[in-house]
Write a protein that binds this ligand. Structure first.
Ligand code: FAD
Length: 631
């Protein structure tokens, strides 16, 4: 028989990025015995890589900023497909979450008068990103971890053990959620180092597993982002929304090939950097779409004046939302105006003194120096789009983070959840999202655990099935190698479900994904259970595959272009599609797709926009309703 270590908790949080840590803190503050599980080393999550900052309308850099303006920007960025309630909670609660972080010990950069400094970012009307140089995520993770340590010290004092009420299981991968009927009963996984299995019995599980980028070849995401939480949710009976919307960040490194995809922070543009093609032209002026025309400068002179006098000038088009900039770069390269390595130039060297570049963008300076031998204070960078963030995710109740579908006791927060960012996320809105919804999910997971008259039970059959699935790749010796399969998947997703999409290619992609699914079902991994990355990847592949299928299916179904979904054969944004969410679920092994109406924005929220702006997004019917309400 297989040995399985067992643990009992009130709340199990899967993921130790910002969302997971903030959720765990909240559950522990509510007195719950809480486990934090993370696939990577503790402290190593995407959150730690976040550079630019966390968006919160504190109004420190411009006193006109407030939650209403932030809400408007977020809805515009998402092209009005956002879950309005999430966008509202996020805009209202972000400042408190940032200030709270200071009480945990965070040290943000300061304005001259000692307030938290806020920097400009694409799509944000005012400087809004609280930051620590270009290493904001590091500070966020550092202080959340520090808070956890301080809670563990309290527990040592009061209960005699640091682990009494909050324990971290690092380098531990969850492969399965266990259910009792339609209720969550626990999570099953393995220690990466020993390959030993571990079972967590718990009535509440919070998914905080981050993104899906590893299904793409060119990505800013690191190895662990294989859509595990998305797939776990689906298999447990929950639903995913907006899976067609992926954010291709406009500026990833394109050279050298070995580091292709690594992120170049948007702060470079926020701080004055400009994009140029091989003719030396600042091309973004040619790509301002009508919906944004009024807010963006028409000449280089006006754009340059904006950095020092934002009240009397309009923003530079380099600071359009990311989907617009990524498409523009793609078009320039396609038209033959790209750099030798197939990107465009990002120039900060000619715009700022060397000393200021090194001070404000220290990580970028080192990244280019070390990886590409480029001195960004002297030469331009070469950049191009890279798969960065998934807007789609677990469909949740906006206030509590509870997953929809046929499962109770499952919560999701952070990048793994869907709805908040609509069709496109604004930079900086993720770090604040993690804090706002991490806290909410952790709190509600705790009260859900309290509300149960009896604990759900883990059934033996489910555990045996989980063991069998996990061991299968090691027991087969005729199947394909997991690395080949991942590469093939990346080619399908990158070439056919990438930044620009077409009907025929999406149909082909679905056929190729079905073939890949058969091949993955027979994958084999050589070697044993002790630290075996091939085996780990073999297990991740089935998650990547089902999530990729959701993306491809939804991308085929949505016959319009919006945010992170561009259809060459349906290039316009279509107001009737704005009213539709595409919802994925699993029926056995089959991915099902359903159309579901978007929740209606409350009148006082819709009233925050001009009618002229609404007319660009809403159907005539919706506008008539708006007019009736105003009258
Ligand atoms: P993550 O921080 O991604 O953490 C996920 C956790 O889940 C990890 O601990 C992982 O090990 C764990 N996990 C995954 N699968 C499993 C499993 N099966 N079992 C157990 N554990 C699992 N956003 C901003 O707002 N501002 C920025 O400036 C910014 N810069 C960025 C720069 C880079 C290079 C990248 C990649 C992203 C950036 N983002 C930024 C986006 C933002 O960092 C992420 O969206 C955010 O950190 C996600 O946080 P999270 O808590 O949801 O998950």
């Amino acid at each position: 028989t297989t040995r399985i270590e067992r643990h009992h908790y009130d709340v199990v949080v899967i993921g130790a990025g910002g969302a997971g840590l903030r959720a765990a803190i909240e559950a522990r503050l509510a007195g719950k015995k809480t486990a934090i599980i993370s696939k990577s080393l503790f402290g190593k999550a995407h959150t730690v890589m976040a550079e630019g900052g966390a968006a919160a309308a504190m109004g420190n850099a411009n006193s006109r900023d407030n939650w209403q303006v932030h809400f408007r920007d977020t809805m515009r960025g998402g092209k009005f497909l956002n879950n309005f309630r999430m966008a509202e909670l996020h805009a209202k609660e972000s400042p408190q979450r940032i200030w709270e972080l200071e009480t945990y010990g965070a040290l943000f950069d300061r304005t001259k008068d000692g307030k938290i400094s806020q920097r400009n970012f694409g799509g944000h009307e005012y400087p809004r990103l609280a930051h620590v140089g270009d290493r904001t995520g590091l500070e966020l993770i550092r202080t959340l971890q520090q808070k956890i340590v301080s809670l563990q010290q309290e527990d040592k004092r009061d209960h005699g053990s640091y682990d009494a009420r909050i324990k971290v299981f690092a380098e531990t991968t969850v492969t399965e959620l266990l259910l009792d009927g339609d209720r969550v009963a626990g999570a099953f996984g393995y220690y990466r180092e020993s390959g030993e299995f571990v079972l967590f019995e718990a009535p509440s599980v919070v998914l905080a597993t981050g993104g899906v980028g590893r299904s793409y070849k060119v990505t800013s995401n690191s190895w662990e982002y294989t859509g595990d939480g998305h797939a776990l949710a689906l298999r447990a009976g929950a639903t995913l929304i907006n899976m067609e919307f992926l954010q291709f960040h406009p500026t990833g490194m394109v050279w050298p090939v070995s580091v292709k995809g690594i992120l170049v922070t948007e702060s470079v543009r926020g701080d004055g950097g400009v994009l140029k093609n091989s003719d030396g032209k600042r091309f973004m002026f040619d790509y301002v779409p009508d919906v944004f025309r009024k807010q963006y400068a028409e000449t280089e002179e006006e754009a340059d004046r904006w950095y020092t006098d934002p009240d009397n000038n309009r923003r530079p088009p380099e600071l359009l939302p990311r989907d617009e900039v990524a498409r523009a770069i793609n078009s320039e390269v396609k038209a033959g105006r790209g750099t030798p390595s197939g990107g465009v130039f990002l120039d900060i060297a000619s715009r700022k003194p060397a000393e200021e570049i090194r001070r404000r963008l220290p990580s970028m300076y080192h990244q280019f120096k070390e990886l590409a031998d480029v001195d960004i204070t002297k030469e331009p960078m070469e950049v191009g789009p890279t798969c960065h963030y998934v807007m789609g995710g677990v469909e949740v109740d906006p206030d509590s983070g509870a997953a929809f579908g046929h499962v109770r006791g499952l919560f999701a927060a952070g990048e793994v959840s869907g709805g908040m960012h609509g069709s496109n996320r604004l930079g900086g809105n993720s770090l604040s999202d993690l804090l706002v919804f991490g806290k909410r999910a952790g709190g509600h997971a705790a009260s859900y655990a309290d509300s149960l008259p009896a604990r759900p039970k883990v059934g033996i059959a489910a555990v045996e099935a989980a063991v069998e699935t996990a061991l299968a790749p090691l027991q087969r010796d005729t199947g394909e190698n997991p690395y080949t399969l991942q590469q093939d998947l990346q080619v399908v997703m990158g070439d056919m479900v990438g930044i620009i999409r077409r009907e025929g290619e999406l149909e082909d992609a679905l056929i190729r994904l079905a073939e890949l699914r058969e091949r993955v079902a027979k994958v084999s991994a050589s070697g044993g259970r002790r630290y075996n990355p091939g085996w780990h990847l073999a297990l991740d592949l089935r998650n990547m595959l089902v999530v990729s299928e959701c993306t491809a299916k939804a991308a085929l179904e949505r016959r319009e272009s919006r945010g992170g979904h561009t259809r060459e054969d349906h290039p316009a944004m279509d107001p009737t599609w704005r009213r539709v969410n595409l919802v994925c679920s699993l029926d056995g092994d089959t991915v099902c797709l359903e159309r579901k109406p978007l929740p209606k924005m409350r009148p006082e929220l819709i009233g925050l926009f001009d009618r002229a702006e609404l007319a660009k997004y809403l159907t005539d019917e919706e506008l008539a309703e708006f007019d009736a309400h105003v009258a």
